[in-house]
Write a protein that binds this ligand. Structure first.
Ligand SMILES: Cc1ncc(COP(=O)(O)O)c(C=O)c1O
Length: 385
């Protein structure tokens, strides 16, 4: 029986991935996250080409895969710099690039210490939306003798983080420009409220573009024209260029895609690069089959008002209609397929990032060869190479 290397809690060794040409996926214990590397590379190439065509930089958010192996593949496909959300992700990815955006406010002395230490060896920009985050960051950076770039986060409709409106952006940008230890570099926003099908996004994108334009005008008239205007999501990926003034996109899920991307028309079925490999463990109850991928492998995240938690790749008419921790219920009312106990299935989850984060390692297929991919950036503790 092949088994996954340990990853996540410890550094799991320095190798980003270990090749085991002898792995037989039929013998690997399930459930396990399963990656098609050929599709992954094709996705990375497509995004890299789109960004280059529109004069945008692709700085992928690595929270989707948390793996140096996959990040390296994105950089090979033309990504420039990487986006992270946690100090652990930043520490791991600093081994691959010297250009990082921490797209999440670092609060607390412990996080600040880790972030500032990194700024000694990489170009580090940090997104934030308050003076309460800016001031301690500037103090810690100045005390360490480094300069951290500041990206002011603005809310364009998601209502999660970010200041609203040009006046507030300008106030924080001025504060950053005036403090030692930090330098104002630009603005960021995440258009996560736009989850309409690709062809229906025009009006929402126009509104975002207008908001960004107003902010840029205010900054430029104050002599604070930004170097970086960072946006992008996977649902809006292919229409990112409709936002005037954008310099980079952080789209992340597009490296693997998921059920949401498929339903929004952002990807075709052939681009789905991540599934959860699972085994049918019961067919005793009429009308459904049970697999060993429950909420602890797929996550219970609902997306876009669609029913269920994922679908079977080879039988897309079959939804995962219910989940307990270790049980996934396949609804067979919609299909003539009758799976048997022991049969293997691959499930496309609603939201790939949370499913990947539930795995110890990913089993990856590259042509006829399988390998294990470590998820070094999972977990919270400090990373050292
Ligand atoms: C701040 C930020 N940037 C970028 C991303 C990547 O977005 P997506 O997964 O839609 O590509 C996310 C996703 O949640 C995010 O929160």
């Amino acid at each position: 029986m092949s088994s996954a290397p340990k990853a996540g809690g410890s550094n799991g060794g320095a190798d980003a991935s270990v090749e085991h040409p002898g792995i037989d996926p039929g013998l690997v214990e399930t459930p396990v996250g399963y990656v098609d590397l050929e599709r992954t590379r094709a996705n990375a190439r497509a995004v890299g080409e789109y960004a280059a065509e529109h004069g945008l930089r692709w700085r992928p958010h690595i929270k989707t895969h948390k793996s140096r192996r996959i990040a390296a593949l994105q950089l090979e496909a033309g990504a420039r710099g990487l986006t992270v959300a946690t100090p652990r992700e930043a520490e791991v990815m600093a081994t691959l690039t010297d250009d990082l955006l921490l797209a999440y406010p670092p609060v607390g002395a412990e996080k600040l210490g880790r972030v500032v230490r990194l700024a000694a060896s990489v170009d580090l920009n940090v997104a934030l939306d308050s003076a309460a985050v800016l001031r301690p960051l500037a103090e810690a950076a100045a005390a360490a003798g480094v300069t951290v770039g500041v990206i002011v986060e603005m809310d364009v409709g998601l209502g999660r983080v970010g200041v609203s409106g040009a006046a507030e952006v300008l106030e924080l940008a001025r504060a950053a420009a005036a403090l030692d230890g930090v330098a104002f570099q630009g603005i960021q926003f995440y258009p996560g409220h736009i989850r309409a099908p690709l062809e229906e996004q025009g009006e929402s994108l126009r509104r975002v573009s207008d908001q960004v334009a107003a902010v840029l005008e205010a900054l430029e008239s104050d002599g604070l024209g930004p170097e970086i205007v960072s946006g992008g999501s996977t649902p809006t990926l292919w229409r990112s260029h409709e936002i005037e003034g954008l310099t980079e996109i952080r789209s992340g899920s597009c490296i693997f895609f998921d059920r949401e991307g498929l339903e929004l028309g952002v990807v075709e079925a052939g681009g789905l690069a991540y599934t959860v490999l699972a085994t049918v463990v019961s067919t005793a109850v009429p009308g459904h089959a049970v697999i060993d991928a429950g909420s602890k492998a797929l996550s219970k995240e609902a997306r876009g008002g669609s029913e269920g938690y994922g679908f079977v790749l080879d039988h897309p008419e079959v939804l995962v209609s219910g989940l307990s921790e270790e049980h996934g219920v396949l609804d067979l009312d919609t299909t003539s397929w009758r799976p048997t106990v022991g049969e293997r299935v691959r499930v496309v989850p609603n939201h790939v990032c949370v499913s990947v984060n539930l795995q110890d390692a990913l089993l990856a297929k590259d042509g006829g060869v399988h390998e294990w991919i470590s998820l070094e950036a999972r977990g919270r503790g400090p990373w050292s190479d």
